[in-house]
Design a protein around this ligand. Structure first.
Ligand code: HEM
Length: 397
């Protein structure tokens, strides 16, 4: 490797601050990239990432989709949808889709809107507020709470316990202390116990009661342990990713005031705006895979057993796929992106995340048609799996 060869790792604070020049170099100079320091590979071109997502026989989720976990020696907990390949994954996903329906999500839209209104109303007439502290860090957990039926008093502690599991020290990989802690859902145990005695019309009650045919062909309900796994998967997957989306919407639209004004005038543009923001600044900039087989590309063999990163952030701005990819453009033709993944693990909460982004932006614009960013106090969150703002103060005129 020469001194000028492109370097990338997801822990480098300077790269993470603005990864796009590095992504561009990876796509052009090292479409299959190997990082010696942390021993992982990376694919960055849209076509390659897209193909990898559907090739689960080689790009396996069986050691999770988080780099640090793929590289750790821990036994993966069983029954976590994101950490399984077919056929177990197919069974788990079928089960989850049965309780995770569009109807259930549509039913909570009014509650989501009421929550946004209550968070934003107090700031009308002020000179500004931190949108992360006041809305984005709380809202997705509340929404998952609405889906699951978690009482409000439990929701803040659950969110903090969950985010703490994903925290990294700036510049360093996330420490895998106990892989189980990330995936077994123990932080929900009291709630699940309580809900089993107090059934209602929520996702948790549905999960506790759903009957299905398992791998052995036995018709049964989920065990309490399995219910906890499921809860953790939904809450872990939908919390920080969606919170960061709300931060990016505020940041990107502050920097594109003409497009913000257009959306203000015409709310039918809200959904496109959310999707273009997801393409432009994906909150989950990559997923990891464990290579179940040797893989050949660009005259290189990636050996079985390696860790692979699929760089959504790079793929979403590949000029082979998008015209003028570094331009934020809500009128772009066919806004499709890889931010929710693709294929068999495609994000189950994609429509819920879109709904949250749309409603949050709609209510923000209703109160604050114009805003700016206080760059002096803005701060990126130190995680290697999610990229977004931890502090983002909006300055109001
Ligand atoms: C902007 C917000 C979100 C982003 C960027 C995002 C991203 C993703 C991605 C990339 C995957 C695929 C992972 C892989 O291929 O290994 C995924 C899967 C998943 N997501 Fe999301 N997600 C978001 C919001 C949500 C929400 C709100 C929920 C639920 C409340 C959710 C639930 C899930 C679940 C259950 C899976 C696992 C699907 C499977 O393995 O079959 N996500 N998400």
């Amino acid at each position: 490797m020469t001194a000028t060869a492109v370097y990338y790792d997801p822990y480098d604070v300077d790269i993470v601050a603005d990864p796009y020049p590095t992504y561009a170099r990876l796509r052009e100079e090292a479409p299959i990239y190997y990082n010696e320091r942390y021993d992982f590979w990376a694919l960055s071109r849209h076509a390659d990432v897209e193909k990898a997502l559907s090739n689960w026989e080689t790009f396996s989720n069986s050691r999770s989709d988080i780099l640090e976990l793929v590289k750790s020696d821990f036994d993966m907990p069983k029954g976590v949808m994101m950490f399984e390949d077919p056929p177990v994954h197919t069974m788990l996903r079928g089960l989850m889709s049965r309780v995770f329906t569009p109807r259930r999500m549509a039913e909570i839209e009014d509650q989501i809107r009421a929550y946004c209104v209550a968070c934003l109303d107090p700031w009308v007439g002020s000179d500004g507020f931190d949108i992360i502290a006041e809305l984005a860090s709380m809202m997705p957990m509340r929404v998952i709470g609405m889906l699951l039926g978690i009482p409000e008093s439990e929701q803040i502690s659950v969110r903090d316990a969950n985010d703490a599991n994903l925290r990294t020290r700036p510049g360093a990989p996330m420490k895998v202390v106990q892989a189980d802690k990330i995936a077994d859902g123990r932080i929900y145990a009291d709630y699940v116990e309580w809900r089993s005695k107090n059934p209602s019309d929520d996702l948790m009650t549905a999960l506790l009661n759903v009957e299905f045919e398992d791998e052995q062909g036995v018709t049964r309900k989920l065990t309490r342990k399995e219910v906890l796994h499921y809860t953790q998967v939904v809450a872990g997957a939908g919390n920080e990713t969606t919170g960061r989306l709300i931060g990016w919407l505020a940041k990107v639209l502050a920097e594109h005031p003409d497009q913000r004004r257009e959306v203000y005038e015409d709310r039918s543009l809200l959904t496109r705006t959310v999707d273009e923001t997801l393409r432009f600044e994906p909150t989950g900039p990559h997923v990891a895979r464990w290579m179940a087989k040797d893989f050949e590309c660009y005259e290189t063999t990636v050996p079985a057993g390696s860790a692979m990163l699929l760089l959504f952030g790079a793929a979403n701005r590949d000029p082979r796929r998008y015209t003028d990819p570094d331009r934020f453009d809500i009128h772009r033709d066919n806004i499709s992106h890889l931010t929710f993944g693709k294929g068999l693990h495609y994000c189950l909460g994609a429509n819920l995340a879109r709904l949250e982004g749309r409603v949050a932006l709609d209510e923000l614009l209703n109160r604050f048609p114009e805003w700016d960013i206080d760059y002096d106090t803005a701060q990126l969150a130190p995680t290697s799996t999610v990229r977004g703002w931890e502090r983002l103060r909006l300055v109001l005129p």
